[in-house]
Design a binder for this molecule. Structure first.
Ligand code: XIL
Length: 358
């Protein structure tokens, strides 16, 4: 290879290492990719689904299940106390049903974007009624079709100082930690057959903050199981940062504890946030695929996830640039298909890992 300036040499060397590493990842995926089938799916946007035929085709071709990115969240469903607006969610459910796809529910209790009328609740009695009646109405509407729900999403604060810390929002302010068992019991009552999931991010990496977040999720899960509250799985959101090291040992110790509680594990929102990666698309894509492969295999060495979902199927529709823009101004490349719906190495890694090659 023609020698360039030192910086360029190190980047190219790094890239070559990444591509070779990718080959290793793909080979590993191939080795692991026995004839098993792990359902693969993606988050879906109702507006894009209605407007974009190529997006619909890509979802139908590549996925076995979907999850609404926003259509089952409080801001969309509950614009005011009296209203349930299922329009978007019903459209997505109809698309999934007509294409023979499964559907996950996301999410019944989450601090993100609570409507003002709900956030303003101060009475514990009213809070419990509003929360449980919401869950009953939403879960029962899709009973028998949505087979898995993110009942409680992101209960941990950004930087917990104790495993007992919880993120402050209307349900913790009114009901305290009890909002979590209340939510899980209400979801189970509404659909006893549904898989009920506790879902969290930033529990995958090396560092004391991530270790504390893992400890917090484990403490919640253990408390629910010890009290006989119905919970069936932990969701690893897996928003992987390319510049963070996967904590293989810490993550695997966490997963062994989760399995000891007889809970399943899902990968619920996989994407790779590529802010610090090189500009070159092929180099970046190889490094993104490698990061995802490292994560998936670290999980798989303890337990195969019962599903793997990415938070979107194509770079054309991703949340990542809302919060994580690249310093070089180029578009993020976090998802399995590029913005022209062409598969990237990340798609190959996922297909080999899940056995879902289309
Ligand atoms: C994000 C959506 O992708 C955005 O479009 C929306 O503006 C904010 O929420 N973890 C979650 C998801 O559980 O619900 C979040 O989805 C991304 C982080």
């Amino acid at each position: 290879m023609k020698q360039g300036p030192p910086h360029r040499r190190s980047v190219l060397k790094g890239a070559l290492g990444s591509i070779l590493g990718l080959e290793g990842a793909l080979a590993h995926s191939a080795a692991v990719a026995s004839p098993r089938k792990i359902p693969f799916g993606a988050a879906v946007r109702g507006d894009a689904l209605a407007a974009d035929a190529s997006y619909r085709a890509a979802l139908a071709e590549r996925c076995r299940l979907l999850v609404p990115e926003g259509s089952l969240k409080w801001p969309v469903l509950r614009p005011n106390r009296e209203t349930f607006d299922f329009g978007d969610a019903d459209t997505i459910a109809a698309f999934a049903r007509s294409n023979g796809l499964g559907l996950r529910g996301h999410t019944l209790a989450w601090y993100g974007g609570m409507p003002a009328w709900a956030e303003a609740i101060t009475s514990p009695v009213e809070a419990e009624w509003v929360l449980t009646s919401h869950i009953e109405a939403v879960v029962s509407r899709y009973r028998g079709f949505i087979g898995s729900w993110d009942v409680v999403n992101e209960p941990m604060p950004e930087n917990p100082v104790s495993p007992r810390d919880l993120r402050s929002f209307v349900w913790t302010k009114t009901l305290g930690a009890e909002y979590i068992p209340i939510a899980f019991k209400a979801a189970h009552a509404a659909d006893p057959a549904a898989q009920l999931v506790l879902n969290e991010y930033d529990i995958e990496f090396v560092g004391p903050r991530f270790a504390m977040r893992r400890a917090g999720i484990l403490a919640i899960a253990r408390s629910l199981v010890d009290r006989g509250i119905p919970i069936h799985a932990i969701g690893l959101q897996a928003h992987l940062f390319a510049d963070r090291e996967i904590d293989r040992d810490g993550l695997q110790a966490f997963l062994r504890e989760i399995k000891a509680l007889k809970l399943d594990v899902l990968v619920t929102e996989l994407d790779v946030i590529d802010v610090g990666l090189p500009t070159d698309a092929a180099t970046r894509d190889a490094m993104i695929a490698r990061k995802a492969a490292d994560f998936l295999h670290a999980v798989d060495e303890v337990t195969p996830p019962s599903a793997v979902l990415t938070w979107g199927i194509t770079d054309r529709y991703t949340w990542v640039p809302m919060y994580f823009t690249r310093p070089d101004g180029t578009a993020n490349r976090p998802l399995p298909l590029d913005s022209d719906l062409r598969p990237k190495p990340l798609m190959t890694v996922i297909e080999r890992f899940t056995g879902s090659a289309s």
